[in-house]
Design a protein around this ligand. Structure first.
Ligand SMILES: NC(=O)C1=CN([C@@H]2O[C@H](COP(=O)(O)OP(=O)(O)OC[C@H]3O[C@@H](n4cnc5c(N)ncnc54)[C@H](OP(=O)(O)O)[C@@H]3O)[C@@H](O)[C@H]2O)C=CC1
Ligand SMILES: CC(C)CCC[C@@H](C)[C@H]1CC[C@H]2C3=C(CC[C@]12C)[C@@]1(C)CCC(=O)[C@@H](C)[C@@H]1CC3
Length: 345
């Protein structure tokens, strides 16, 4: 049977590498690249079709940071496909990152050095802002838009006798201490990325608790440190190129330096091949690359608890109601304005 795979943020980096790997695995796939920039999406589609001329690759406009765009994209998916077998929630941002150089050098000579390189704990902060929906942009993009997408696609994801797999591209930068259940959007901190990724770990567990019985399975991965537009936003690409030999050296000690998008997509690809029933809801699946360049996937237990995951789930459902109500009020205002304009013309 033809399998439908939707990938958000598929036009570059890890998302695009995943698409390439999935097409090598199964040429019969129906692959849907859900992207906000259609020009880049078209370029990604052309690149995929160059190596897989017979592949079925669809494009879909989706700005996961805009609730209205998510609702429209979900409508379009429901019109196009009868079900969704895999939903890769990969789109993500880290705006205005700042590396604490002093902390880096301090960490370099501490016993914590390996952990520092694999999680960036204590090294990175970001400056967030509000988006057009009045939500914190990092939370809206990395988590909430994807949550609304799942909610809208439930009829295609939860079908009798069939299993659908939702996969979150999280991070080893996800940290409990960066997240607060009183401030799920991270309005009051400087680590919105870490908070949003920790929230995705919690939400994945909540989805498993609530939706496994309806055939939906959720998993979380970390791609490791990968050279993509996201990391080129942290330090310029020429700098990364300059220190590449050092990074290959570090890879010998921490296999989390996967470095290329192909390697980073390892755990995403591996999950595509697994029986969903065999997966652990509390594990994060890490892409790893050995010093000699061998890729493998390593499960590690996440620092999540049922109580916090339930609290987050219920807060997200509440926020969904508020956002939907605001949107329909705005829509009603627009309709009234249009009516007024047509009457005075
Ligand atoms: N690189 C790394 O070391 C790591 C990355 N990750 C995660 O991997 C994922 C992929 O990132 P990566 O490949 O590294 O970086 P890229 O910047 O190359 O890819 C991010 C993708 O997300 C898309 N995107 C961003 N915002 C939106 C939006 N509002 N709506 C739709 N699409 C959007 C981007 O589209 P556009 O081209 O339009 O910007 C792009 O396609 C992210 O979730 C990131 O957090 C996790 C751990 C490490
Ligand atoms: C390696 C060099 C000599 C110096 C680089 C220092 C830092 C800029 C990096 C050290 C660990 C890196 C890291 C990330 C970003 C760049 C570093 C802080 C991430 C936070 C990128 C995004 C993620 O999601 C994480 C998995 C990465 C963890 C490691």
């Amino acid at each position: 049977m033809e399998r439908v795979v939707v990938v958000t943020g598929a036009n570059s980096g890890i998302g695009l590498a995943l698409c390439e790997r999935l097409l090598c695995e199964d040429g019969q796939l129906r692959l849907c690249l859900a992207c906000r920039n259609m020009q880049r999406a078209e370029a990604a589609r052309s690149a995929l079709l160059t190596s897989h001329p017979d592949a079925r690759v669809d494009l879909l406009h989706l700005d996961v940071g805009s609730v209205q765009s998510v609702l429209a994209a979900a409508q379009e998916i429901k019109a196009r496909y009868r079900r969704v077998d895999f939903l890769y929630l990969n789109a993500g941002i880290m705006p205005n990152p700042h590396v604490d150089i002093r902390a880096f050098f301090k960490g370099l000579f501490s016993r914590n050095v390996i952990n520092m390189f694999s999680t960036a704990e204590g090294l990175l902060t970001q400056q967030d802002r509000l988006n057009a929906d009045g939500l914190q942009e990092v939370f809206a993009t990395n988590l909430f838009g994807h949550f609304i997408l799942i909610r809208e696609l439930e009829p295609l994801l939860c079908q009798a006798d069939l299993t659908s797999h939702v996969v979150w591209t999280s991070s080893s930068n996800a940290r409990r201490s960066a997240f607060s259940i009183q401030d799920i959007q991270h309005r009051n901190g400087v680590e919105p990325y870490s908070s949003s990724k920790y929230a995705s770990d919690l939400l994945s567990l909540a989805l498993n608790r609530h939706k496994n019985s309806q055939g939906l399975v959720s998993s979380v991965i970390c791609p490791g440190l990968v050279m993509t537009n996201l990391t080129y936003g942290i330090l310029p690409s020429f700098f990364w190129t300059l220190i590449m030999p050092i990074m290959y050296l570090i890879r010998i000690f921490t296999n989390t330096f996967t470095l290329t998008p192909h390697n980073g997509a390892e755990a995403l690809h591996w999950l595509f091949l697994q029986k969903p029933e065999s997966l652990d809801a509390r594990a994060k699946y890490h892409s790893q690359t050995s010093g000699l360049g061998r890729n493998y996937t390593q499960p590690r237990q996440m620092d999540v608890d049922s109580e916090t995951c339930e609290a987050l789930f219920s807060k997200l459902l509440d926020l969904e109601k508020v956002v939907r109500r605001k949107l329909s009020e705005k829509q009603a205002e627009n309709d009234a304005h249009q009516k007024y304009l047509s009457e005075v013309e």
